[in-house]
Write a protein that binds this ligand. Structure first.
Ligand code: CAO
Length: 416
């Protein structure tokens, strides 16, 4: 099966998570992604949080599948020359170095554009260009705090809380991938490359747009009826943390199921969809609630929504989370079990769909990773293991026209 991005060559000058998540996605869909890494050490994640001594850590392997690895010291004259050759032959350069690092290396946008006017130069930074924090180095949780996610996540009586989901890192990488594909289509129209920049703060804000919605509603009316603070608690002038409340017009909460006393994940998420009220009442064995004026409308339910959740929890007390969902799904009620990572790793449906895949690796044997969450009718992305450090150095150099002797010299000078 041919892959849509076959023929697109990408210089993957990325590290840690935000950049690698972007280029990995493009590699799945057929791009030739050449990961450029410092000789000797490589991407810092190769050795971070290792579970097997001396083998590439899962942090690296799970973000760098389907790529080739070229070791290159881009600060030596020989290394710069190799990079320049690569730039002339590539379609995209992706980087997520600290602000100014690429310029300090001598590869400003102007220089790259001069070397290859068709090149798309894509960058992740913590903050956008011109922002008063644009000189900052940024990691995941910093972005979640600067992007409004932390102030609106967690419980009202606790501190701002970050999410386990990589809203700052992988999410930014996904935004950048969209930017790159857009620029590639744009290049097809103009014949010219361009600079594509995505900031981690902006990407988090983009996912927090419903909280900006809430800020404006709060400014106007002084309360937010879908938050647990309504109607009994207090609102200040900023969007509060709403615990596990549903973020839209459908109230919901995480509810205890059988075994919650010992199993930290024996819970389901239960949504009270307005038009599903009748089936909910039937599922719970509370048909009298259907026409009771205290329960019949969403507005009537809101003041005592937590009493309703308590009644549902009483119904759930003798049911596992799976049993509960199996009953509720028959009534068309939007709900799901709270799944642990262990359950996700072993879920047969996720294995069958290719969302969780086991891939071979030269040092590790096999490892589990997340495959493409995007499914196509005409493409089945095949996930391959991540490359060892410098595994493809000689191969890539010879593709660039270097002779065996020249490659040997580059090794001797430690430029590759
Ligand atoms: N050859 C030679 N030098 C190389 C090289 C190579 N192949 N690859 C990297 N380097 C150099 C860089 O040029 C830089 O050198 P200078 O500081 O002398 O300019 C140096 O390595 C360190 O790069 P860095 O500053 O990007 O790395 P760091 O570990 O200090 O910071 C991070 C890491 C992520 C905080 C920073 O890169 C950053 O803020 N990136 C942008 C935001 C981002 O993507 N964050 C998400 C990370 S995922 O959680």
């Amino acid at each position: 099966m041919s892959k849509p991005l076959e023929g697109i060559k990408i210089i993957d000058f990325t590290h840690v998570q935000a950049g690698p998540a972007c280029t990995q996605l493009l590699a799945w869909f057929g791009a030739d992604v050449i990961k450029v890494e410092r000789p000797g050490s490589g991407d810092v994640t190769r050795s971070q949080l290792r579970d097997i001594p001396d083998a590439d850590a899962l942090y690296f392997t799970m973000l760098n599948s389907n790529k080739r690895s070229l070791t290159l010291d881009t600060k030596t004259p020989e290394g710069k020359e190799v990079l320049e050759k690569l730039v002339k032959e590539s379609d995209v350069l992706v980087e997520n170095f600290a602000p100014g690092a690429l310029d300090r290396m001598g590869f400003t946008w102007e220089r790259l554009n001069e070397l290859n006017p068709k090149l798309i130069v894509a960058s992740v930074k913590g903050f956008s260009d011109g922002h008063h924090y644009d000189d900052l180095k940024v990691y995941e949780n910093v972005a979640q705090c600067a992007g409004g996610a932390a102030s609106t996540t967690g419980f009202w009586d606790g501190p701002p809380t970050v999410s386990a989901a990589a809203l700052g890192d992988s999410n930014t990488g996904m935004h950048l991938a969209i930017g790159i594909l857009t620029a590639l289509i744009g290049r097809g129209q103009t014949g010219r490359g361009q600079k594509v920049a995505v900031s981690m703060q902006d990407s988090v804000i983009n996912l927090c747009r419903v909280k900006l919605r809430d800020q404006q509603r709060l400014d106007r009316v002084g309360y937010l009826e879908e938050y647990p603070q309504y109607p009994h608690g207090e609102f200040s002038d900023v969007v509060p943390r709403g615990g596990n409340a549903g973020g839209g017009g459908q109230p919901g909460w995480v509810l205890k199921c059988k075994g919650w006393e010992t199993d930290p994940n024996a819970y389901i998420y239960f949504t009270i969809q307005g038009h599903a009220w009748e089936p909910i009442c039937r599922a719970l064995g509370k048909p009298e609630w259907i026409s009771d004026p205290n329960y019949a409308t969403a507005q009537a339910r809101q003041p005592h929504i937590f009493d309703i959740f308590a009644t549902i929890e009483a119904w759930l007390a003798d049911k596992t989370k799976y049993e509960a969902v199996d009953i509720l799904r028959k009534f068309d009620i939007p709900c799901a079990p709270v799944l642990s990572m262990k359950e996700i790793a072993n879920d047969p449906s996720l294995r069958a769909s290719g969302t969780i895949v086991e891939v071979p690796h030269k040092e590790r044997g096999t490892y589990l990773t997340v495959g493409s969450p995007i499914k196509f009718s005409g493409l089945k992305p095949e996930i391959t293991g991540s490359p060892l450090l410098g595994e493809h150095t000689d191969e890539i150099l010879s593709e660039l026209g270097y002779s065996k002797d020249q490659i040997a010299n580059l090794h001797t000078s430690r430029s590759v």
